[in-house]
Each structure stands twice: as C-alpha cells, then as structure tokens.
Design a protein around this ligand. Structure first.
Ligand SMILES: C[S@@+](CC[C@H](N)C(=O)[O-])C[C@H]1O[C@@H](n2cnc3c(N)ncnc32)[C@H](O)[C@@H]1O
Length: 255
C-alpha cells in the first residue's frame, strides 16, 4: 500500500471520530491559525487536508470563500454534513491529494494546513504545490505535530506516531521546517513551538491492535533520562507525556 492509500484507509475508518475530537476542534489552536493568517474579507482561501473541516469553518467568517481539500472521501462527507448543519455557505469541499492540487497557479490568497503535514509522503512536492497555487504576496499557515531539536525525542516520537497511525510519515523539527519552506521559495515569518501533555492512551487508542504492545514496549524500555526528555509522568494513575507541535507562517514575495 502507498502512504496515500494507507491514509485513506486510516482516515476512512476514523472520520466520525474527527468530527467530535476535542483535540482536532481545539479552539485555542484554531484561533492562533486564524490570527497568523491575518485574513481579509475579499480573500479566497484553501484549507489543505481539511479533514472534517474544523480549520475551514474557523476561517469562513473572515474571508470571501474557503475551499477545503482532502484525500479521504469519508472525511469530506463528514465535513459536508457539518457544513450544512452549521449553515456555512462560503465553504466547499473537493477531493484532492496535496501532491497534485487541481487548481491553476496563483488561485489563492491564503493556504492553511493543520495537523496533517506529517502524513505527506513527498514534502518538497507538497510545499511546491502550495507555493504554485498561492498568489504573489500570498500567505501559508501550517500547524502540525513536531519534535524538538533532540535526536532521541525525534526518533521516539516518530516511532510512537507510526505505531499509532500507519499513515504517519514524519513529524519535523522547527529547523527542518524552516529549511523546507525556504527551499521552495517561501519567506518564513514566524515559527512557534508548543507542547501539550497528553495521556499515553492518545497513542494506543485507535492504533491497530498489533501495534499497542509495541507502544507499551517502547515506553517500558525508556531510561530515566529518556523519560525526563519526554516529560513522562503519572497523572491520576495514568502515564502522560509531551506532544510537540509547531505553527508556522510564511509568505511568497510579490514579483
Ligand atoms: C488529522 S486529519 C486533519 C485535520 C484537519 N486539518 C483539522 O484541522 O481538523 C489529517 C487529514 O490529512 C488527510 N491527508 C493525508 N494525506 C493527505 C494527502 N496526501 N493529501 C491530502 N490530504 C491528506 C487525511 O485524509 C486526513 O483527513
């Protein structure tokens, strides 16, 4: 199976969960994405890997229209049901792979992409497509899972995330994001890192049953220093550890 087929399988099964997931509806993160986007009422906006549309809906009140794209039909069906229930008229959804966006060059003023880029199998191509469909002077805001500038935490979090979700490709350090964005011609405006302390069940819930013992084994073999690096602690009798995230804003210069 390709990464994209895996993503369609995983998210096809999890679509209803994403509609109600508190983590994905996180209003604080959505507000930060909207603030960094600095949207204008006449803008046409693209929300890539929109899932069930949380980010597209958060932007809808601030721009002329939003197109939400995603690889997984089940996610877009949930998104469309939610859109109709909310009575939002200026959001439309289209099936599309980020690596091959079905839009002419220079179509959008703004692109957002939240909690999805770690699934993209060819990041250079994906960012190149984003750059192509943005207008000169356009803005890109990405929020995604991330890792700190630490080899152990980088390897460990990526391993846990692959067990949690077989379509996980890679979560990147802030320095890698800067390089990747600059590599396709974006000027990086801001890079904000943050953490959330979340239960180990965030990895085991929804994981394939054969991967759950692997997650517990990875945690059991940690040294005290490694546990400290992950901020792994008991809270209410449950292990909790850090999840790292990054929110980035970038622009392309006017010609
Ligand atoms: C965690 S969910 C998205 C959450 C959503 N952006 C939000 O803010 O609530 C990740 C989404 O990425 C989509 N995805 C994964 N690979 C993709 C690709 N190559 N092109 C487009 N969408 C993709 C999946 O179908 C899934 O809906």
């Amino acid at each position: 199976m390709t990464t994209e087929e895996q993503a369609r399988r995983v998210f096809g099964e999890r679509a209803a969960f994403y509609t109600t997931s508190a983590v994905h509806a996180d209003p604080q993160v959505l507000a930060r994405v909207v603030a960094l986007a600095a949207p204008q009422p006449d803008w046409l906006s693209l929300d890539i890997a929109t899932g069930t549309g949380h980010t597209a809906f958060a932007l809808a009140a601030h721009v002329r229209a939003v197109v939400g794209t995603d690889l997984t039909p089940e996610m877009l069906r949930e998104a469309e049901t939610l859109r109709a229930a909310k009575g939002i008229a200026n959001v439309a959804f289209t099936l599309a792979d980020v690596h091959d966006l079905p839009f002419p060059a220079g179509t959008f003023h703004l692109i957002t992409c939240r909690r999805a880029a770690h699934h993209f199998s060819r990041m250079g191509l994906a960012l190149g497509e984003m750059r192509r469909v943005l207008r000169a002077g356009g803005r890109l805001v990405i929020d995604d899972r991330s890792v700190p500038e630490d080899d152990f935490v980088d390897a460990c979090m990526n391993e846990l995330d692959r067990y949690h979700d077989e379509s996980h490709v890679r979560e990147y350090r802030p320095s890698a994001w800067r390089k990747m964005l600059q590599g396709v011609g974006f000027a990086v405006e801001s890079v904000e890192s943050y953490t959330k302390h979340r239960p180990l069940t965030a990895f085991t819930e929804k994981a394939s049953p054969e991967n759950v013992p692997q997650i517990h084994a990875a945690i059991a073999r940690l040294t005290p220093a490694q546990r400290e690096a992950l901020n792994l602690r008991e809270e209410n009798g449950e292990p909790y550890l850090n999840h790292w995230y990054v929110t980035l804003a970038a622009t392309i210069a006017k010609a």
